[in-house]
Design a protein around this ligand. Structure first.
Ligand SMILES: [Zn+2]
Length: 345
C-alpha cells in the first residue's frame, strides 16, 4: 500500500530532523518535505549516512532484503564490500561438497539495476522527472548527460504508462455523467497556410469525480471512437458530446446520449447539456504538454499527466506514489536501457 511508503518516509523524516547538522526552518516548516513526502533535502541527508540510506531502500522495498543464489538456490548473505561503489554485495556462502561463490549486486532486481549511477543520483533523477522539472534545469543542477536524462525520463514514463494501463478502471456508471471530446495535439504554424500533422487524442471526464481518460487515436471514425468508449466508460452512463457524426450510435451501446451543437450554442437550451469540463481539461493538458511538443511519444506524456492527476484525486504525493509503484515491480526481467552511459555495471 502507498500508505506504508508514506509512513516509512515519515519515520525517516522524524529521524533525520534530529541530526545535529540538519538545519531547522525559522517558520516551523518541514525542511525535509511534507509529512510522508520526500524532497531533495530529505534524499541528501538520507544518504549522508550510507547505512541509513540503504536501510531506507530496504524498508520501502526499493532494493531486495532477500536474494537467492542462481547456482545453488541457497539464500545469499548481505556483506560489506569496499571495492563496490554501493559498499555492499550479496554473497553465497554455501559450503557443501563444493564451495559456492556466487555474488550479486545489491541493485539486483531493483529500479537501480543496470545503472552505474549511485542510489542518490537515481533518486534525484527520478524525483525531478516525476515532478516534471525542465530538462535543462536537471542537467544544470546535477550534470547528468543528455542520454542519461532522456533514458531515465523514458523509463519513468513507461512505468507510469504500464501502471495506468494496468489499473485503468472504467469511469462513469448509472447516475454519472461523462463528457467526451476529441482534440488535435501538435504544433500549429501560425500565419501560414499549411496545416501541420498532429495527433488526435480522445478523452473523457467524469463530472462527479474528475476522473479522466485520455487516449491517442489514429483517426476520428465511429469504429475507433466507439471502441474507446466501450473500453473506458461503464454502461448506464449519461454521455455528453458534440454533434460529431461518429457519436451517432452511442445510444445503442447502453449509454444515454446528450449532445451540444457547438455551431449553434454552448449549452443545449433544452437539456442543459454542456462539455465545459472536457474543454477545460484540454486546456490543462495542452499547457502541460506544450514543452514536449514532439510527435510520437504523446502516449507517454499523457500517461504522466494521468498519473499526476490520479495522485491529486487520491491526495498522495506523486513521488511517494511512484516509489511505491517502483518498489512493487520486479525489475529482474527488465532489459537494460539502450544507452551505454547508464547501463554499464
Ligand atoms: Zn550458491
Amino acid at each position: 500500500m502507498v500508505e506504508e511508503v508514506k509512513s516509512i518516509v515519515s519515520q525517516y523524516q522524524q529521524q533525520l530532523i534530529k541530526l545535529p547538522f540538519v538545519p531547522r526552518s525559522s517558520f516551523g516548516r518541514d525542511l525535509l518535505g511534507e509529512d510522508g513526502g520526500a524532497n531533495k533535502l530529505f534524499l541528501t541527508y538520507l544518504f549522508s549516512d550510507m547505512n541509513l540510506g540503504i536501510q531506507f531502500l530496504k524498508d520501502v522495498g526499493l532494493i531486495r532484503s532477500k536474494v537467492t543464489c542462481n547456482t545453488c538456490g541457497h539464500d545469499m548473505t548481505w556483506c560489506a564490500d569496499p571495492t563496490r561503489k554501493d559498499g555492499f554485495r550479496w554473497r553465497c556462502r554455501r559450503r557443501s561438497v563444493v564451495v559456492c561463490s556466487e555474488s550479486k549486486s545489491i541493485k539486483h532486481g531493483s529500479w537501480f539495476q543496470h545503472s552505474n549511477l549511485t542510489f542518490q543520483e537515481v533518486l534525484f533523477l527520478t524525483y525531478d522527472i516525476v515532478r516534471r522539472e525542465p530538462a535543462h534545469l536537471i542537467k544544470r543542477e546535477h550534470g547528468f548527460g543528455p542520454h542519461t536524462l532522456a533514458d531515465w525520463a523514458q523509463f519513468c514514463r513507461e512505468t507510469m504508462l504500464l501502471y495506468m494501463e494496468g489499473c485503468s478502471e472504467k469511469i462513469g456508471g448509472p447516475n454519472k455523467t461523462v463528457e467526451i471530446d476529441e482534440s488535435k495535439f501538435g504544433k500549429r504554424k501560425y500565419g501560414r497556410g499549411h496545416p501541420v500533422k498532429g495527433q488526435w487524442v480522445f478523452g473523457g471526464v467524469e463530472r462527479e469525480s474528475g476522473r479522466t481518460f485520455l487516449v491517442p487515436v489514429p483517426d476520428r471514425t465511429a469504429d475507433t471512437l466507439m471502441a474507446v468508449i466501450d473500453a473506458w466508460i461503464e454502461p448506464g452512463t449519461t454521455v455528453i458530446s458534440d454533434c460529431w457524426g461518429a457519436y451517432r450510435d452511442i445510444d445503442t451501446h447502453g449509454y444515454t446520449h446528450r449532445t451540444v451543437n457547438h455551431s449553434i450554442e454552448f449549452v443545449d437550451q433544452r437539456t442543459g447539456a454542456h462539455t465545459n469540463t472536457i474543454e477545460s481539461t484540454w486546456r490543462h493538458v495542452k499547457a502541460y504538454l506544450s514543452p514536449y511538443n514532439r510527435k510520437g511519444d504523446y502516449i507517454y506524456h499523457l500517461a504522466h499527466y494521468m498519473f499526476v492527476a490520479r495522485c491529486r484525486a487520491e491526495e498522495v504525493d506523486p513521488f511517494t506514489k511512484f516509489l511505491h509503484l517502483v518498489a512493487t515491480t520486479d525489475w529482474a526481467m527488465c532489459p537494460p536501457p539502450p544507452s551505454s552511459e547508464s547501463c554499464a555495471e
